[in-house]
Write a protein that binds this ligand. Structure first.
Ligand SMILES: [Fe+2]
Length: 201
């Protein structure tokens, strides 16, 4: 009997670390912040990366590599919006609409900072069976969520549709994270195939 289990359609999350932009971190923490409807401190500037061209270009390079490696897409991307959050509070689970690839770049995080948690995009919530923890723990493709410990200078890239949030918090530890969305720089699709799209034509 031939039996093959194919684990198809993975969700790519890229984690990159850099120590190149620590001078920018201080300026981003010093930005003006305002409280949003969830009482989270968000930078007043919602296009923050425009002030930090070197950091922005480095992030765009990583986005391009991510697109090449995980989407077979050699197109260039733009950062559409970018903002920072200075908070030790919970962040409810959310997606980033009107974006292809999103990211979180940690401006200030230490060992006590709460983890960012990504939810599996398809969860069998309606039917619950007894999960054998020993069978479950070694196989990451079975997990319902994955958490990453933030560290200063770490960039996490993920598909914008992927639900994520911060559920546990250490109130002693502040956390500053710069988030951003992206879109294709040039038109996409094909006129002949009737799926052409050009924004800002
Ligand atoms: Fe987010």
């Amino acid at each position: 009997m031939a039996c093959n289990l194919h684990l198809l359609f993975p969700t790519p999350i890229l984690v990159v670390e850099t120590t190149s932009f620590f001078e920018d971190h201080h300026k981003i923490i010093q930005e003006d912040y305002e409280s949003n409807t969830d009482n989270i401190n968000v930078s007043k500037d919602k296009f923050l990366l425009n002030k930090f061209p070197q950091l922005k270009n480095w992030i765009l390079d990583q986005v391009h590599q991510y697109a090449v490696n995980t989407m077979a897409c050699d197109s260039k991307f733009n950062i559409t919006q970018s903002w920072s959050i200075l908070s030790n509070k919970n962040l409810h689970f959310h997606q980033h609409p009107n974006s292809i690839i999103s990211g979180a770049y940690y401006i200030d995080a230490d060992n006590n900072s709460s983890e960012i948690k990504f939810l599996k995009p398809y969860i069998h919530g309606q039917i619950k069976w007894k999960t054998d923890i020993n069978l479950y723990k070694e196989q990451d493709w079975l997990w319902d969520y994955v958490s990453f410990k933030p560290k200063t200078g770490t960039l996490i890239l993920f598909p914008s549709y992927l639900n994520h949030g911060v559920t546990t918090n250490n109130l002693e530890s502040n956390r500053c994270v710069l988030s951003f969305n992206t879109w294709f720089k040039d038109s996409i699709g094909s006129i002949e195939e009737l799926n052409f799209l050009q924004i800002n034509s």
